[in-house]
Design a protein around this ligand. Structure first.
Ligand SMILES: Nc1ncnc2c1ncn2[C@@H]1O[C@H](COP(=O)(O)OP(=O)(O)OP(=O)(O)O)[C@@H](O)[C@H]1O
Length: 359
């Protein structure tokens, strides 16, 4: 998907100036142990994040969503290794930062000040033996050394208030808070230094549906108020359709479909996205895990030939098992990496298929 980062830039309202983050041609591999082949978890992925938007990244477990997020936030740990790609941050101040070139202190500062990440099960990552206030304090001491003690206190209380927690809870230990409250604390921490981008990796999956909804509403409100952009990762496509401006659907390490939410909800272009959409009930129904596409994703060790979804695709035709699909722009914005939309291949398929149906 070599030009994935350029196709969607043609969608409406896009200008270079309103872009805050651009990732291009990202490749990440997990090194195999003892001579085993590496797992190529992310394969030539690109996306743009616009200022103030919520970009949803969807896909089944194991498709590479978290690995992509960690790569973009520079949080990858061995055995994961970024093997190709670039990530550029366009600051509000007009400055441009090459994220992959940042090291040491500059990287640490960037991560809290400009871009923060809320990890999967982050609420369990709070230090259990340290009061909530102290955990905010540590962030400010490290990144805002000029703040006085009372200023740090005041700011921490304001942040708690902002995410709907009584500021008096600043003295609480994490175990004294419910799961939902702990997750709110983690979100408040991620927002503590007013970053321009927040990456949220399954931030509410561990919570019950009501609490999940409350927290998402809170994130929406804060996003409007503070103007940060969000990359929101979840396997729950129905949820993403509700909250995202644009969506990227990942499969086997690559983005197979990308575009404005309304277009995808009204007419998904990729059979995989269509399968995902069919696999959950209407928005008013109860949410459940994605199911309903027979088969399983390919082994990500080694090369993939043709379309990685071909073996599971009801509509696979001649080129799908041999030729890797390119991203094809779709009416309504974005693209699908699928031969069904590629004029070259549709033409090739139309003849035999038509003849076959006549005979
Ligand atoms: N530490 C690791 N070592 C080897 N392979 C890994 C490691 N972590 C992840 N992988 C592989 O990388 C691929 C992508 O995993 P990743 O966690 O990014 O997917 P995901 O879409 O975020 O899934 P989930 O929603 O389950 O977190 C998977 O095939 C997974 O098996």
């Amino acid at each position: 998907m070599n030009d994935s980062a350029t196709h969607h830039s043609a969608t409406k309202n896009s200008t270079v100036n309103d872009m805050v983050l651009r990732a291009e041609h990202i490749d990440v591999a997990y090194e195999g142990y003892g001579g085993a082949r590496p797992t190529r978890a992310v394969r030539d992925v690109g996306f743009e994040l616009r200022r103030g938007e919520l970009l949803g990244i969807a896909g089944e477990s194991g498709c590479g969503k978290s690995t992509l997020a960690y790569a973009v936030a520079r949080c990858l740990q061995p055995p994961a290794r970024l093997t190709a790609g670039s990530v550029t941050f366009h600051g509000r101040d007009g400055g441009e930062t090459d994220l992959l070139a940042l090291e040491g202190e500059a990287l640490r500062a960037f991560r809290w000040n400009k871009l923060s990440i809320v990890f999967q099960s982050a609420m369990n990552a709070l230090n259990p033996v340290t009061r909530v206030g102290r955990q905010f304090d540590d962030i400010f001491r490290a990144h805002r050394p000029g703040m006085s003690g009372p200023e740090r206190q005041e700011r921490a209380r304001a942040l708690l208030d902002m995410v709907g927690i009584d500021p008096a809870r600043i003295r609480a230990y994490p175990h004294e808070l419910s799961g939902g409250m702990r997750q709110r604390v983690v979100i408040a921490m991620a927002l503590a230094l007013e970053p321009e981008v927040v990456i949220m990796d399954e931030p509410t999956t561990a919570l019950d549906v009501v609490v999940q909804r409350e927290i998402l509403d809170e994130v929406e409100r804060l996003r409007e108020e503070l103007g940060f952009s969000v990359v929101f990762i979840t396997h729950d496509l129905s949820l993403l359709l509700e909250i995202s401006d644009r969506l990227a659907v990942m499969y086997a390490g690559g983005i197979v479909e990308y575009g404005p939410c309304e277009r995808i909800a009204a007419g998904a272009g990729h059979p995989y996205t269509q399968g995902l959409l069919r696999s959950f009930p209407e928005l008013t129904g109860e949410r459940r895990a994605l199911r309903g596409i027979p088969g399983s994703p390919p082994d990500l060790r080694g090369e993939l030939t043709g379309c990685p979804f071909a073996d599971r695709c009801e509509r696979a035709f001649e080129p799908c098992r041999t030729v890797a699909p390119r991203p094809v722009p779709l009416p309504g914005g974005g693209y699908a990496a699928c031969h069904l939309h590629d004029p070259d291949h549709i033409a090739a398929a139309a003849g035999p298929l038509h003849e076959g149906s006549q005979s």
